[in-house]
Structures are given as structure tokens and as C-alpha cells.
Write a new protein. Structure first.
Length: 195
């Protein structure tokens, strides 16, 4: 990490090479066209190995990478407000990749309709398998706030899927089903079966 902070481009490239699939996963359910994923990954790599990466040694690499991905996505949509709205509102209505099973595709579409911060939280949770503590570090917020964001994002996802709980037990079952779908998609992404 010190080498990255010192501007060692070879060290930066080795580090980014280990994370290139993760960077691609960040963009895969947010773009207008599947081919744009590679362009955006290239944009992140260029930003991370440039002479001024903006990286501070006190900042965790995962948090810095996440911030760079967000900046590249904002430029892609040409909207500073893309970080607040849903990617579906910026021309990314239809998923650029499909999953077997109607339930998984419904989850993908629903994720794209959430405000981007909610989509990001759930994709980090499901696709990168981060813990609440890791999510807090990436978002640079306290752990209780990260946990609260997960709860709010899951509630919004359930509502967008039209899943309404009549009681707490039903809500637990619905969240478990959405969790399973999300993790199934994530497993396909990690193993390379989704592209």
C-alpha cells in the first residue's frame, strides 16, 4: 500500500490486477451496454495508476477504490446526481446480462431501480460477500450506520419486488429468498459464469 501511495505504477498494476474482476462486478449491473464495462474498468485503472491517484495512506484501499469507481460511473452517466438516483433513470433500464431463472432477473432489474447508494450496498453485501464491518470501512461510516443502510436497502428491494410482509415471520422468509437470489447471482459473477 505504501508503494501505491508513493506512486509505484507497477505495484499499483499488480494490486489492480488482483481486483479487476471485482471492479467489473461493480459496473456490470449499472451500465447501458455490456461492452461499456471494459471501458469503465479501464477508466478506473487509469485513475488508479495516474501521477495523482488521490490516494491517502490513511485511507483503506477498498474505500479508495470504491470512491474511484463511483467517480468513473458519475462521468459515464454525465450526471453528478447519478450517485443519488437509480441507474435505471440514467438510461440503464434493462440488465446488460441475464441470469437463469425469473427470480434472479427480477432481482437484477429491481436493483437497477433502487437509488444507487442502496444498489451499491446490496451488491457489496451479496456479490462481494463483505461483512457489516467491511462495508462500514468501504463506505467510511460507523458500523451501526452501515447496518442501518443494509436494512433500508433490503426493505426498498423487497418493496420494489412487490413483496409485502404481513408479519415479521413472512418478512424473514422473503428476505432470506432475496438473499439467496442475490448470493446466487454473486456466485455466478465470481466464478465467471455470468459474462
Amino acid at each position: 500500500m505504501c508503494r501505491l501511495h508513493a506512486g509505484d505504477q507497477r505495484a499499483a498494476m499488480r494490486l489492480l490486477d488482483r481486483h479487476v474482476r471485482k471492479i467489473g462486478r461493480y459496473f456490470i449491473n449499472k451500465v447501458r451496454r455490456a461492452a461499456d464495462v471494459d471501458v469503465l474498468v479501464g477508466g478506473v485503472i487509469k485513475a488508479m495508476i495516474g501521477p495523482d491517484t488521490g490516494f491517502r495512506s490513511a485511507r483503506r484501499f477498498a474505500a479508495h477504490l470504491f470512491a474511484v469507481q463511483q467517480a468513473v460511473l458519475r462521468r459515464y452517466f454525465g450526471q453528478g446526481e447519478a450517485t443519488r438516483g437509480a441507474v435505471a433513470h440514467f438510461g440503464a433500464e434493462v440488465p446488460t446480462w441475464r441470469e437463469p431463472g425469473a427470480a434472479c432477473n427480477r432481482v437484477l432489474i429491481a436493483l437497477r431501480g433502487l437509488p444507487l447508494p442502496h444498489q451499491e450496498v446490496l451488491e457489496l453485501l451479496y456479490w462481494e460477500d463483505v461483512s457489516v464491518a467491511e462495508l462500514a470501512a468501504i463506505l467510511e461510516v460507523p458500523i451501526p450506520m452501515a447496518a442501518s443502510r443494509i436494512r433500508a436497502a433490503k426493505a426498498m428491494l423487497l418493496a420494489s419486488l412487490g413483496l409485502r410482509a404481513e408479519d415479521e415471520a413472512q418478512e424473514v422468509l422473503m428476505i432470506a429468498a432475496v438473499d439467496a437470489w442475490g448470493r446466487d447471482i454473486g456466485e455466478r459473477l465470481v466464478t465467471g459464469r455470468a459474462r
